[in-house]
Design a protein around this ligand. Structure first.
Ligand SMILES: [Zn+2]
Length: 224
């Protein structure tokens, strides 16, 4: 399956920051990176980014890219803000689906909202509907998740931490994986069974003789 993760905005987008200066993009890009890391643990998954560290990619370019790659889902990651610049008490997590086609993306929005609230333990503001460009102009399932308020002191402090970014990214990745029923990759490696370790070679030889007698095919491996 193909997924597009969309970290909202860019480094130099005006506004879009906490009252004490963290840029929203700093959070969004890291959460997207962790979400991709999580999704890559599953089989047959391709993950694309719509955003860039070099510029604030225009919304139309983002949705065109998702549409032309024909991804299965487009997930836009943001941090919220309320009011006109200062700190306030608005808080929590909310996930959006497109208002005119609520059936298209509501189930994925619910899955992400549920997992985000469970993982972050922040206030559950629920699934909402909006006429956002990234929801309206995408031809596939598309949702937008707001991972906490930059204008809330406590949540702004969390949004700055690597651990909260990771928690959000993993929650988003896991929710997508479980919604689409993805299968975890089996870890590669060897499962070894050893039956003895000896300082003297003759003791090893003796065990090999006994194992051969018992029908096994043992071998000696010398490890310094
Ligand atoms: Zn945003």
């Amino acid at each position: 399956m193909k997924f597009m993760l969309d970290a909202g905005h860019g480094y130099s987008t005006p506004g879009k920051r906490t009252p004490d200066g963290m840029r929203e993009y700093e959070f969004n890009r890291e959460a997207a990176r962790y979400a991709r890391e999580e999704l890559k643990k599953y089989e047959n998954v391709e993950v694309y980014f719509s955003h860039s560290d070099e510029r604030d990619v225009p919304l139309t370019e983002r949705t065109n890219k998702g549409n032309s790659l024909n991804v299965d889902a487009f997930v836009s990651i943001h941090a919220n803000a309320f009011g006109s610049g200062g700190w306030n008490n608005a808080e929590g997590i909310e996930t959006y689906a497109y208002s005119s086609q609520p059936s298209r993306s509501t189930a994925l929005a619910k899955a992400i909202q549920r997992q985000m609230v469970a993982s972050t333990k922040r206030l559950d503001r629920g699934v909402k509907f909006a006429n956002f460009h990234v929801l309206r102009e995408t031809t596939m399932t598309a949702v937008l998740v707001e991972c906490g308020f930059m204008t809330n002191r406590e949540e702004a402090a969390l949004l700055k931490t690597d651990s909260y970014r990771k928690t959000c990214g993993q929650a988003i990745g896991r929710a997508i994986a479980s919604y689409y029923g993805l299968t975890l990759k089996t870890t590669s490696g060897l499962y070894k069974v050893q039956v003895g370790a000896f300082k003297k070679k003759e003791n090893a030889d003796e065990l090999v003789k006994q194992l051969k007698k018992a029908g096994f095919s043992p071998f000696i491996y010398f490890d310094k």
